[in-house]
Design a protein. Structure first.
Length: 384
């Protein structure tokens, strides 16, 4: 568990849960699901002291559930946002083990581990939820066991601290703009999560472009059908995850519109900036959704093109074999006629009859070959 006190002068990390609300600024309490389960009573007591309200039981179950999709909910005292982020398979297994004893995890059926073949980029398409509970002066975030997003943003906050703030003086001047509210901090962390999806999008594009090139090569035999099927399934799963993310953020934006206009120009500006940042996060999610769907369509199109190329190649082969069969069919007819058991057949008893028959057969074969060549019955389809 890590606790941060953010105020206009900077940010400090606290050693333990505070016993009273800060005079200015707000608190960020971040922990893993296992830590929240172990210290749930302490966290609830701290939230009661700081904001006068505890988490309701259903929201506690949501924060402890490692299988919950992205969603938004609210009460009269706080807002709850669950947002799924990218995580490795090991992190997901650890998260499931950490929440196995929670009521929500025991009620839900166990999900089988996801095992994908192919390049490592396919194994990275796995997600785990991050929960945010936003109070007036407190942000509670619940992360998986590998808190990479939390640690990355915490390092950014601490790196922006002036040296005199690290020494305990509370009047530093910092040029870095810190989050102005728990909602602002939540949106910045969510933005980091969405950036991870954008990076994964680029890796998927490179891998699928490589497979598309292999599929369209006429002289190679594509053998990665299992990995390509896994990629299509992973893209479909990623599309569903992003749709849930977009719905959750859209619900949050709709809830922002219902907030009462604050008094004062500065507070009104902060609310406007919060709406702008929320719309920016939604736009990033929509970019990921658009790109994922484009990759799905591109993959489906290139598979259809691959089978079309194979079908055209088969048609070329069958057309050539049919033309060759048509060339030799008159020759077989001539050979069959001269092979009949009649005593009197023209040219049979002549000295030059064999050469007349061979010449006729050769002329017919050459004539038919030239005719079929001019009709392009024996020409291969050009490969672009």
């Amino acid at each position: 568990m890590r606790i941060f006190h953010l105020q206009p002068g900077g940010a400090t990390e606290l050693a333990d849960l505070p016993g009273q609300a800060p005079a200015q600024g707000f608190l960020w309490i971040s922990c893993t699901r296992a830590t929240l389960q172990e210290r749930l009573a302490d966290v609830q007591r701290t939230l009661q002291l700081l904001s006068g309200q505890q988490l309701v039981d259903l929201h506690v179950s949501d924060l402890l559930n490692a299988q919950l999709p992205s969603r938004y909910d609210y009460t009269s005292q706080y807002d709850l946002l669950v947002f799924r982020r990218l995580a490795s398979g090991q992190a997901r297994a650890a998260a499931q083990a950490g929440t196995a004893s929670s009521p929500a995890a025991q009620a839900a059926p166990p999900s089988p581990p996801v095992r994908r073949t192919g390049p490592p980029v396919l194994r990275n398409i796995d997600t785990s939820p991050v929960g945010f509970a936003m109070f007036d002066q407190v942000l509670l975030s619940v992360h998986p066991d590998d808190c990479t997003v939390r640690d990355a943003y915490a390092a950014r906050l601490l790196a922006a601290m002036p040296s005199d703030l690290r020494e305990g003086r509370l009047n530093p001047t910092s040029g870095t703009r810190l989050p102005a509210s728990p909602a602002d901090l939540m949106l910045r962390v969510v933005n980091l999560i969405v950036d991870g999806f954008l990076d994964l999008r680029r890796e998927l594009s490179r891998q699928l472009d490589h497979w598309q090139t292999e599929l369209l090569r006429p002289r190679t035999r594509f053998a990665n059908w299992g990995a390509l099927l896994d990629a299509r399934l992973a893209l479909h799963e990623l599309d569903e995850v992003c749709e849930d993310q977009r719905a959750a953020v859209q619900d949050w934006i709709d809830a922002l519109e219902t907030w009462a206009p604050p008094e004062g120009v500065a507070a009104l500006r902060e609310l406007d900036l919060l709406k702008v940042r929320s719309r920016d996060v939604l736009e990033h999610i929509e970019r990921v959704v658009h790109h994922v769907r484009r990759l799905e369509q591109s993959t489906e199109t290139v598979v259809q093109m691959h089978f079309s190329v194979q079908s055209n190649r088969t048609n070329d082969i069958m057309r050539t074999l049919t033309a060759l069969t048509a060339v030799f069919l008159p020759l077989n007819l001539i050979a069959g006629i001269f092979g009949m058991n009649f005593e009197f057949i023209p040219l049979v008893h002549k000295q030059d009859g064999f050469w007349w028959a061979m010449g006729s057969m050769m002329a017919i074969a050459v004539g038919l070959t030239m005719f079929f060549w001019r009709k392009r019955y024996m020409a291969r389809t050009a490969q672009g």
